[in-house]
Design a protein around this ligand. Structure first.
Ligand code: BDP
Length: 722
């Protein structure tokens, strides 16, 4: 198996299970249009029933045909279409559903015949109901009677970071499925398959291009191409939007300025937007990265961020319900480290404070989960607690930019839960991040989630079979942020690899151990992922690079102490950006949880943690524990040999073996580095002491020479051979 079907494989069920299911003869699709999500759902059911139960089922959709169809059948449609047809559902059985919600039930015809009913609050909801039905079937779970399900938040979107030339920023799975050589691909088969995966977990929108956008995205040829992408994804209930390049008026339109208050610029964007709507009539809207990491924006022209956002918001308004997703990821990447008050973590609040009342009502602020940048552990962004009138989108990252880039297994829901479940105590009242994001806290109608997902043309989509659990889980968490992370990985495993208990238990165990392991061997106590910042690869250990750069991802490590002082009393003041109760907790070193200690405090290496260990001994031990856990992954995986297909078995075994080795590189680099920096020995005598190891430079060599390497900590003896 190649992985192309993801978790939607519909592997045949065993004969004894098949015999317990009704022999459905027909699917009644209460929709006339063959491009509607209801019809898509009917086709998906047809395909699923063929593969799972070996049933040949016909789809009928005209009233004349429907009247003749015998039971048992599956009837699918919206509640409205049910009530207009002969398939009426009694009114007292119709539940109260939110937008995109669905209802699954059965209708007893006689003692041995039962129909299945799938009804959606809208067409998309019906499609989601069909997928839920199929996933229950795959897992041999019973048909639900009157089961309802509604999403937690209306916005459940993906951000692809694809460039027009076909490369993908932070993509680890081959070239783009959307773009090639400056234009939209001719063959969009993979795009339709992607939309199918998205729909199966309730994801309803996508921004198809990189936040670091290009003006040519909106040239006439690409406008048409974007229309084709939208046409391919629409039957799956997925709407598309685009990320804009702020200087498009200058660079594509030939105007002398892109000043958002200049009338020609306003007219230019209005016109471009009208043209885009001609091609994409249900456009989601515009994603904007501006005044960040070298991108132009309203500040370039002496205007406010709100001026920039409102320019696009007003251009969208006449055409429908399109929104502006204005990213809060605004910061200067030439920060001066010698200024101890400088703190990139403060930037979002500093830039957006005071703007809450300034935005048009179709502007949302899109906020990364932490104040810095998708690190292995961060506190929630303080900006999540400060906007009341302006709704937000919480941004996660499914592609593991700082988390091993799909060469390391890191199952992300346990990390996401540290954010979603965090109680911000806004106004001294319960304020879990998930309730702010859903819109419940402040009564927002449209808010929700976005995740950076950089699927590519590789048949595995993300570059690793196991990494797909994160895409699946992302959809599940947008739908229900209280989902149990163990139940989610178990469901995904059954769908993706089969229900054998050894398969389910092994993948669940490895997955649940993976984020703690990665945190242990990459960066502990809230110090961030200690990877290469300077070369921008964001991979592999490089603790020295975490200081002395303009990017503001600093550890402030010297010979005696480590960590960012973000207190109000003596540091950058970042702790004070949170609501008072949370601010007080982070301000005081005694109440700051150990796992965020170095995020908020600068302490000596000998500082004693709540566990009783010193900071440096915790570093040493955690790195050994993390690497030790990772080394069990390929061994645990061996239990699956023969239980799953050879192709996916080998592909994954190779990745896990690589991870096991690379975790040792991580362990030793970080430990050697801090050991050299502070000179404090490891209580267990492990660090820098590998008597059993045969160093390449100590062997008899011909044709090679020994060279010292930089950084020294990347090889155990500080030397390599070339
Ligand atoms: C950083 C990535 C960079 C993105 C940026 C962003 O390294 O490639 O452009 O985030 O989110 O994490 O805009």
């Amino acid at each position: 198996e190649t992985g192309l079907q993801g978790w939607l494989r519909y592997a045949p069920l065993p004969a004894e299970i098949i015999s317990h299911h009704p022999s459905f003869s027909h699917i009644v699709a209460l929709s006339r249009s063959e491009t509607s999500p209801v019809y898509t759902a009917a086709k998906e059911l047809q395909d699923g029933l063929k593969k799972l139960l070996n049933l040949n089922v016909n789809i009928v959709k005209t009233p004349a045909e429907i009247a003749k169809v015998p039971s048992p059948k599956i009837v699918i449609g919206t509640f409205d279409s049910f009530s207009l047809s002969d398939e009426k559902i009694e009114i007292d059985r119709i539940p109260d559903l939110k937008e995109d919600g669905h209802w699954l039930s059965t209708r007893k015809i006689d003692s041995s015949t039962t129909d299945v009913l799938i009804a959606g609050q809208n067409e998309r909801g019906a499609l989601y109901g069909a997928f839920e039905f199929l996933m229950l079937l795959v897992q041999n779970k019973p048909y639900p009677e009157g089961h309802t399900s509604s999403p937690h938040a209306p916005i459940r979107w993906i951000n692809q970071w694809d460039n027009l030339d076909g490369t993908i920023e932070r993509g680890y799975a081959g070239p783009s499925i959307f773009f090639k050589d400056g234009a939209v691909m001719d063959d969009l088969t993979r795009v339709a398959q992607y939309a199918r995966l998205m729909a199966s977990v309730g994801l309803n929108g996508i921004i198809v291009n990189n936040v670091n956008s290009h003006c040519n995205l909106l040239n006439p040829i690409n406008m048409k191409g974007l229309g084709r992408i939208a046409d391919v994804m629409r039957p799956w209930g997925v709407r598309i939007g685009v990320a804009l390049y702020f200087d498009t008026p200058k660079d594509l339109g030939g105007l002398p300025t892109s000043d958002p208050l200049n009338p020609d610029v306003v007219a230019y964007w209005n016109d471009l937007t009208t043209q885009l709507y001609r091609n994409v009539p249900d456009l989601l809207g515009y994603l904007i990265k501006a005044n960040s990491e070298g991108q132009p924006g309203p500040l370039t022209y002496g205007r406010t961020l709100a001026d920039g956002a409102n320019l696009f918001a007003r251009a969208l308004k006449p055409h429908g319900d399109g929104v502006v997703m204005y990213r809060a990821f605004v910061y200067n990447h030439h920060l001066d480290e010698s200024d101890l008050k400088n703190d990139r973590a403060n930037a979002a609040v500093e830039f957006f404070d005071g703007l809450d009342d300034e935005f048009e009502d179709n502007v949302l602020v899109q906020i990364k989960y932490g104040p810095i940048d998708f690190q292995v552990r961060e506190p929630p962004s303080p900006l999540l607690s400060r906007l009341r009138r302006t709704p937000i989108i919480l941004e996660f990252q499914v592609c593991q930019e700082y988390l091993g880039q799909q060469s390391h297994l890191v199952y992300l829901p346990p990390l996401w839960r540290t954010i979603l479940d965090f109680d911000l105590r806004i106004d001294g009242t319960p304020s879990c991040v998930r309730d702010v994001v859903s819109g419940n806290k402040f009564g927002w109608k449209r808010s929700g989630y976005a995740a950076v997902v950089t699927v590519g043309q590789d048949s595995t989509w993300l570059g690793s079979h196991l990494a797909m659990s994160n895409l699946y889980a992302y959809g599940r968490y947008c739908w229900d942020p209280l989902s149990d992370e163990v139940a989610v990985i178990q469901d995904w495993t059954r769908l993706t690899f089969g229900s054998h208990p050894t398969i389910v238990d092994t993948i669940t165990k490895i997955s649940m151990e993976s984020w703690p392991a990665y945190e242990n061997y990459s960066g502990n106590l809230g110090i961030q992922t200690l990877c290469d910042i300077v070369k921008h690869c964001h991979y592999g250990p490089s603790p020295a690079a975490m200081d002395g750069n303009g990017w503001g991802q600093w550890t402030r490590a010297d010979a005696h102490a480590i960590g960012m002082d973000r207190t109000v009393a003596t540091g950058t003041g970042n702790a004070g950006q949170y609501p008072p109760e949370v601010a007080a907790m982070f301000e005081d070193i005694k109440t700051t949880p150990d796992d965020l200690l170095l995020w908020f405090h600068h302490v000596p290496y000998t500082y004693q943690l709540k566990s009783g260990k010193t900071v440096i001994q915790h570093f040493y031990d955690a790195h050994y524990e993390g690497a030790k856990a990772a080394q069990t992954f390929p061994i645990q995986w061996q239990a699956l040999r023969g239980l799953i297909d050879e192709n996916r078995f080998q592909h994954t075994a190779l990745r896990l073996t690589y991870q096991a080795g690379h975790s040792i590189v991580w362990r030793d680099s970080i430990n050697n580095f801090y050991h050299a920096k502070c000179g404090i020995p490891d209580e267990q005598g492990r660090v820098g002491n590998h008597p059993w190891r045969i160093e390449a430079e100590d062997m008899e060599l011909s044709g090679y020479k020994v060279v010292p390497i930089t950084p020294f900590e990347a090889a155990s003896g500080g030397k390599a051979i070339i």
